[in-house]
Design a protein around this ligand. Structure first.
Ligand SMILES: NC(=O)c1ccc[n+]([C@@H]2O[C@H](COP(=O)([O-])OP(=O)(O)OC[C@H]3O[C@@H](n4cnc5c(N)ncnc54)[C@H](O)[C@@H]3O)[C@@H](O)[C@H]2O)c1
Length: 377
């Protein structure tokens, strides 16, 4: 049994989700790695205090610097708005803390590159909160693609649409401000689709994109009679090519009527096709061109033991996992990487490449030109 002492920064949606996952890790995976909840920070004093009491963190603070310098903390969990990710990560690395950071890694590709170099030089373990990659279905899809049974990937069509902003009375929030979030749907939603594309198919080398704001102002939550400007994209679309020669396209709309968590892809291959939609996260559609001609068609494969970590939850196929389970799997692997001092595949360098794609799409949208992505050492 190895104990990993956790300090978390942020008590919002992600702070709660990560903490619930830490608490669930031993229930599902046993006591190989055991998280100890040491300290929580939030700028809102009442939130930090109530969170510590509710979830059992030993201490609380309003100053994130106290978390990254706390001698009792091994792992710093960054669950705050995007603008704080890299400044916190850099300080954490200076204090030799391992890091789990929510997506997107940074406010820009340059900031992501700088942070990646700093954490790599410090030799700390890093991981990104791309939880959708932790769905055991995705490990299976990755294996299936690598097996070559369906041939080679020629085209990836991805999306992430949600309609949570469709109500015109939906309040303004930090995600709509350039200085706190940088991009809108692109960094918030499409970053997940880019992460799936990168995890399953490979690195992107060139993009051509466009963005649009659909609703230009939102009520100020402090005084709803006043309106605040929406500064970043509600809608983004881009075409791209991979280093391996395949092509792709990604679409994301944070006001897409009827779409709840429509994160998905169609991966077209020379001998088959794979179709996934997060709204049905326990199944994947697979077409195999080698099937008997009279029986060709997409088949639905339900999540099953043998798909990634699914067997740790249930012995039978198709019982199904949820969003919180992805986070439990994520946090288990982060703790294990920290305990074993083994780098994670979904680390800062992975998050940096996603940021390079995001920046290239923004540049392409501004210049109306294709933009290449440079390899970073
Ligand atoms: N992986 C996912 O599926 C997923 C889902 C939602 C959000 N996120 C990411 O998680 C991060 C947090 O998003 P959220 O939805 O939890 O936001 P949120 O608004 O629900 O919570 C943010 C929290 O951070 C606190 N905070 C703000 N500035 C702070 C500071 N300087 N120091 C300490 N605390 C501070 C706020 O008071 C708030 O409690 C974002 O980067 C977002 O992109 C990831």
């Amino acid at each position: 049994m190895k104990k990993i002492r956790v300090g978390i920064i942020g008590t919002g949606f992600m702070g709660r989700t990560h903490t619930t996952a830490y608490k669930n890790v031993t229930n599902i995976f046993g006591d190989e790695v055991v998280p100890e909840l040491v300290i929580v920070a939030d700028v809102v004093e009442g939130a930090a205090k109530a969170f510590a009491e509710k979830y059992g963190y030993k201490r609380w603070t309003t100053d994130w610097k106290k978390v990254v310098s706390d001698p009792e903390v091994d792992l710093v969990d960054i669950s705050v708005p995007n603008v704080y990710h890299c400044p916190i990560a850099i300080e954490a690395a200076k204090n030799k803390k391992d890091i789990l950071c929510e997506k997107p890694l940074a406010m820009s590709a340059d900031e992501a590159i700088e942070a990646t170099h700093i954490v790599e030089e410090a030799g700390v373990i890093t991981a990104m909160g791309f939880n959708y990659l932790r769905n055991p279905i995705q490990s299976y899809v990755k294996e299936l693609i690598a097996s070559g049974k369906l041939g080679r990937v020629v085209n990836f069509r991805g999306m992430f649409d949600q309609d949570f902003n469709n109500d015109p009375e939906q309040m303004h929030e930090w995600r709509m401000l350039k200085k706190e979030s940088a991009s809108g749907a692109l960094g918030d939603l499409a970053s997940h689709t880019i992460s799936l594309s990168q995890y399953l198919v490979g690195d992107i080398s060139e993009v051509c994109g466009m963005t649009q704001i659909i609703v230009h102002e939102r009520p100020d939550p402090k005084d709803p009679s006043k309106m605040l400007p929406v500064e970043n994209d509600d809608l983004v679309q881009f075409l791209f090519t991979y280093e391996n020669g395949a092509m792709g396209a990604i679409f994301s709309n944070r006001l897409a009527s009827g779409r709840k968590v429509a994160l998905g892809y169609e991966i077209q291959m020379t001998n088959g096709c794979i179709v996934y939609n997060q709204e049905r996260q326990n199944e994947v559609q697979i077409y195999h061109h080698d099937d008997d001609k009279r029986e060709r068609g997409f088949k639905t494969v339900l999540i099953a033991p043998g798909h990634g970590d699914y067997g740790k939850f249930y012995g039978g196929a198709g019982i199904g996992l949820g969003y919180a389970d992805q986070k439990t799997i994520e946090e288990y692997h982060v703790l294990k990487h920290v305990a074993e001092r083994k780098p994670s595949e979904i680390n800062f360098r992975f998050g940096m490449k996603v940021m390079q794609v995001i920046d290239a799409v923004l540049e392409s949208a501004a210049t109306h030109k294709w933009v290449s992505i440079e390899k970073v050492k």
